[in-house]
Design a protein around this ligand. Structure first.
Ligand code: DOR
Ligand code: ZN
Length: 347
């Protein structure tokens, strides 16, 4: 039995590190194990312009533990009114790594997202021209569409037309949640890649709703059926170049998770790389962990992999239950808090 595995330092290609007190509390959990992370722009207000991106990057860097070499990659929140010139400036100045599409009202802090897809075509044309990545929350928000079908319908209705209209535009379909998503990404690679979270490969909707409504299984896109989970798990552990790591770690204060309308999102950064290692190990695929966690993502983004390494060892430890947050937010619960985790990162 493998006791230790050393891999190139992983990157998190989909992460919410928030702002202010929550940022200061949660960022160290990612910086301890990851070289870089795509920092999602769905703040209040969102990171909409290059100037917003410069300011947010400075706030993230200021929240890092002393001596950390972690590099935040900032993204631009796409709206109906995004200016292609500003996006290009942000990309050329090294401020923005990509542009993120949230369909309006699809998820947390997406009210300012896209409502009219025709209006974003000039931005997409510019991104195609300059080689800038397009990151997508791929869910159709038409109320006639069942919440479990949102990803599949978005692919048919929006994504396939975009990839045909802009064949040189490199796309990331984030937090894949369905077999339809997996099959589509495989068929559209290498133009399209997909990130996969720890919880979509570990849980199905029966875990979430079958024995009481468990708000700490609620995220967007929602966790789906067992056959979806198995397709996602096989894709992640396959080592195929089009699938890579994106935790979607998304802390919320406890009161927001437990409100009448509860917030979507799970805070998994404290156990993220360890959970992926466990899944790959359970499936006899530890040999593919480095491709998924550390190589496929940089290749899809056109960036070099990290030079540093991390070592994971088979040592049981107990995940902390919560993270304290300064100020009125107080605390956020941790995914798998209190559970025994069989792998840990060697300090
Ligand atoms: O569950 C989610 N939480 N999905 C998202 O797309 C956003 C995220 C958040 O920001 O909380
Ligand atoms: Zn997210």
């Amino acid at each position: 039995m493998t006791q230790r595995i050393t891999i190139r330092k992983p990157d998190d290609w989909h992460l919410h590190v928030r702002d202010n007190e929550m940022l200061r509390a949660c960022l160290p959990f990612t910086a301890r194990a990851f070289g870089r992370a795509i920092c999602m722009p769905n703040l209040l207000p969102p990171v909409r312009t290059t100037a917003d991106g410069v300011a947010y990057r400075a706030r993230v860097l200021a929240a890092l533990p002393p001596g950390s070499t972690f590099l935040p990659l900032i993204t631009c929140y796409l709206t109906d009114d995004t200016d292609p010139d500003d996006v290009e400036r942000g990309f050329r100045d090294g401020v923005f790594t990509g542009v993120k599409l949230y369909p309006a009202n699809a998820t947390t802090n997406s009210a300012a997202g896209v409502t009219d897809y025709r209006k974003i075509e000039p931005v997409l044309a510019r991104m195609e021209k300059i080689g800038m990545r397009f990151l997508i929350h791929g869910e159709e928000v038409d109320p006639a569409i069942d919440v479990f079908d949102r990803e599949a319908v978005f692919i048919e209705r929006r994504l396939i037309p975009f990839t045909k209209m802009f064949p040189g535009l490199k796309v990331i379909l984030e937090h894949l949640s369905s077999k339809a998503g997996v099959d589509y990404v495989r068929s559209a690679a290498p133009q399209v890649g997909g990130t996969i979270t720890p919880y979509h490969i570990r849980h199905n909707r029966t875990d979430w709703l079958g024995w009481g409504n468990k708000p700490y299984f609620y995220c967007m896109p929602v966790i789906k059926t067992e056959s979806d989970r198995l397709a996602l798990r096989a894709a992640a552990t396959s080592g195929e170049a089009c699938f890579f790591l994106g935790t979607d770690s998304a802390p919320h204060p406890v009161a927001k998770k437990l409100a009448t309308t509860g917030a979507a999102g799970l805070f998994n950064a404290p156990v993220a790389i360890e959970t992926y290692a466990q899944v790959f190990d359970e499936d006899g695929k530890l040999g593919n962990l480095e491709a998924f966690a550390s190589l496929n993502g940089p290749r899809h983004y056109g960036l070099p992999p990290n030079e540093e390494t991390i070592t994971l060892e088979r040592v049981a430890w107990t995940a902390p239950e919560e993270m304290k947050v300064d100020g009125p937010d107080e605390r956020a619960l941790i995914y798998r808090g209190g559970e025994t985790i069989p792998w840990r990162v060697l300090a």
